[in-house]
Design a protein around this ligand. Structure first.
Ligand SMILES: Nc1ncnc2c1ncn2[C@@H]1O[C@H](COP(=O)(O)OP(=O)(O)OP(=O)(O)O)[C@@H](O)[C@H]1O
Length: 698
């Protein structure tokens, strides 16, 4: 690549032999696309396990090796973890040619992150130009819903005669309108038909919500994209911004939405230097307004048609697993990707295992996992995947009972835990004194301070020239006398003598007595806060820490057992959504039944059903050597009196049709001769004991 903007301090690249030799012809074509000229737009359609991540990493490394300035490469991934993994891969690949110099070069790859995180950075950079206060803080979904609720109350919409949509629904509608770049009415008609009568009130609510955010100097998740897109609507800024990057590469393009596509097109209207990679068969985020059309329509957006490279050789799974996955996705209605092929042959057909109920499912998985470990497959090389976070409940109990370590991804996020949110709210309030949601949360931790006292304290801060002084002079209610001065002292310190990461420790020390008062399990929660301090040490400033953590929170909180150390072996439990981009030797998919996959929440629209099919496909294509889909026959009905025994009967997921069954080995577990997990087999008889009992008295 002939990029002339190289800094003289960067080492001169050296040509090396063979570092691309492990790639197949299509991968290589994608990596070398545009070499020797300014690269035109490139779309890489990459089937599951076809080396998409690998290819993208090689492309970035290759660009750097050929002289591109890493500081002028923008790389957008789906999560922060994916970005940092990509950076280390790039470094490893580049090191094969550049040796020790590779590290210095890839250090320069500072623009690697999620769309939202990159958006936040750019908005701070251009804040003055676009009339934004650069000290803005970012609201996560829960904070946004709280603010929406506040505004809803203020407008009297919470007291309407028929029930106005709840705060979460209002936020979901707002977010859908923003991300899909559509009008309110069609969105209501399509996705929220029961709210159609409220269109006018919703518009009024959203207008007031926007005012409130601006008055408080906060942005929500959607704003990061929306402001960015609006900022790009100004030709001069768009040109300046686009000119900062010679190459823009986007991974997982199938899960971007219209707003994200419009940003890319504004940055690179002619597509020069633009590479997007994705797989339409793995598009699973339409609930965030992801638009599978983005990828389907990409080639036609530019004067010069984008080059399309298709990767259809799968390196991950055996042929029998792939045949089953291909069969499932083969029934999809609209599709770009061709069927995948592989050279890895095996006779170990994927298994379709029928078990009696979820408890037996848990036993089956635990037994199988242990058996595989005996045969040398580490726990970490095995994963259990499920559609909804609560599906793994019975399995978690069984694993804990057997003392088998596991880590769960995709359930409660670290930052959703109340104690972590409390501590972060203190920091956010210090960063931005106008952030009312943070302020209310923090002040109400203090015994004796309720919403009205908190409101008065905020008013005092707003009136004062310096918010910290305003707080000092505010007279707190007598009930709060004991704890108020400590808080004021903390706040002033955080505002005037801030030091990072020491601020976080200061906040924890202040918070600990409250933690003990509020939560019984203060010990475990304190461990989370210490973990947060460790994370904080990796950030250069309070603002960077808050921004990154809000946008892409770490996954798990420590439960009673404590998180296993990284060098220990543990089983992976994950929602299918969180399993994106990963692979394991052995994969179990729980609850392969209708009502779970497809989820009973998604059985209305055809699009939703299609997305559920793709979810099953994503789950199946995570497996390298062994795949088990489990179908419990009956499910316990929740919400009944203690010891109730009501069940519903389930049937195999509709995505595995009769003709597909030959691609699976069908088994029942436990086999009839053996009995359930060592217990004697259930006798196959039916008696009506209730009638007998009644008969005793007649
Ligand atoms: N050219 C190649 N030769 C050998 N193995 C390869 C090659 N390319 C990729 N692989 C291997 O194939 C597996 C899948 O690669 P990768 O994770 O990059 O796929 P992916 O397309 O991102 O998958 P998905 O979209 O399903 O998450 C990895 O184990 C990777 O090492």
């Amino acid at each position: 690549m002939n990029i002339a903007l190289r800094d003289s301090t960067l080492p001169t690249p050296v040509e090396g032999e063979g570092y691309l030799s492990s790639l197949n012809a299509e991968q290589r074509a994608a990596v070398e696309h545009g070499e020797g000229a300014v690269a035109g737009p490139l779309l890489v359609i990459a089937g599951a396990g076809s080396g998409k991540t690998n290819t993208l990493a090689h492309r970035v490394a290759h660009l750097i090796v050929k002289g591109a300035d890493p500081r002028r490469i923008l790389l957008m991934t789906f999560s922060r973890r994916a970005a940092s993994e990509m950076r280390s891969r790039v470094e490893r690949i580049a090191a094969r040619v550049l040796g020790d110099k590779a590290a210095a070069l890839t250090e320069g790859l500072t623009w690697a992150g999620t769309f939202h995180a990159v958006g936040a950075r750019l908005l701070r950079d251009y804040a003055l130009e676009i009339g934004l206060d650069p000290a803005f803080t970012i609201h996560d979904r829960e904070d946004s819903a709280d603010l929406m609720n506040l505004v809803r109350h203020e407008l009297g919409l919470s007291k309407t005669e028929s029930r106005f949509p709840a705060k979460g629904t209002c936020l979901a509608i707002y977010s859908r309108v923003v991300n899909a770049q559509d009008e309110l009415e069609p969105i209501l008609a399509k996705s929220f038909p029961w709210c159609m009568g409220w269109a006018e009130e919703l518009k009024q609510l959203f207008a007031a919500y926007v005012d409130a955010k601006q008055a408080q100097n906060v942005l929500d998740y959607d704003d990061l994209l929306l402001w960015w897109a609006q900022m790009c609507g100004e030709a001069a800024i768009a040109e300046h911004l686009g000119g900062r990057f010679d190459h823009i590469l986007v991974d997982e393009y199938q899960d971007t939405n219209r707003l994200q596509a419009s940003i890319l097109l504004a940055l690179k209207p002619d597509g020069a230097g633009l590479t997007v990679v994705g797989d339409d068969a793995q598009s699973i985020y339409s609930f965030r307004a992801a638009e599978v059309r983005n990828i389907l329509d990409f080639p036609g957006h530019f004067a010069e048609l984008a080059r399309v490279v298709t990767l259809d050789r799968n390196y991950r799974s055996t042929d029998v697993i792939l045949a089953a996955a291909n069969a499932v996705i083969g029934e999809a209605s609209e599709r770009f990707t061709k069927n995948l092929w592989t050279e890895r042959s095996s006779r170990d057909l994927p298994r379709l295992v029928t078990v009696r109920d979820e408890a037996e499912q848990a036993n089956y998985v635990a037994d199988q996992v242990l058996e595989a470990r005996e045969e040398g497959v580490a726990l970490k090389a095995q994963a259990v995947l499920f559609r909804a976070a609560h599906h793994s409940g019975p399995l978690e109990i069984e694993l804990t009972r057997r003392n088998m370590p596991f880590v769960k991804f995709g359930g409660l996020k670290f930052l959703d835990a109340a104690h972590v949110k409390d501590v972060l709210a203190v920091l956010r309030f210090a960063e931005n004194p106008k952030d009312r949601v943070a302020a209310f949360r923090v002040m109400q931790l203090i015994p004796g301070i309720g919403p009205s006292a908190a409101g008065h304290a905020l008013e005092a801060m707003e009136r004062a020239l310096d918010p910290a002084l305003g707080l000092q002079f505010f007279k707190a209610p007598a009930r709060a006398e004991a704890d108020w001065p400590g808080f004021v002292e903390l706040y002033s310190g955080l505002r005037t003598k801030s030091s990072w990461p020491a601020d976080l420790e200061r906040v924890r020390l202040w918070y600990e007595p409250h933690l003990e008062r509020i939560h019984e399990d203060a010990g475990t929660r304190r461990a989370d806060l210490l973990q947060l301090e460790q994370i904080a040490a990796g950030y250069s400033s309070r603002e960077r820490f808050l921004t990154d953590l809000t946008l892409d929170p770490p996954d798990a909180t420590s439960d009673e057992a404590g998180p296993p150390h990284l060098d220990e072996d543990y089983l992976i439990l994950s929602t299918i959504h969180s399993a994106k981009g990963q692979e394991w030797t052995k994969v179990f998919v729980l609850n392969a039944v209708d009502g779970c996959i497809p989820s009973d929440l998604a059985v209305g629209e055809r699009d939703e059903i299609e997305e559920e099919r793709r979810l099953l496909y994503v789950a199946m294509t995570r497996a390298k050597d062994s795949l088990h889909l489990i179908t419990p026959q009956r499910f316990f009905v929740h919400g009944q009196a203690a010891r109730g025994d009501r069940h519903v009967y389930a049937s195999r997921t509709r995505f595995i049709t009769e003709p597909m069954l030959e691609r699976f080995a069908q088994t029942a577990w436990p086999p009839p001769s053996q009995g359930a997990s060592g217990r004697s087999p259930q006798p196959n008889i039916r008696v009506d004991l209730k009638a007998k009992m009644r008969g005793m008295w007649r």
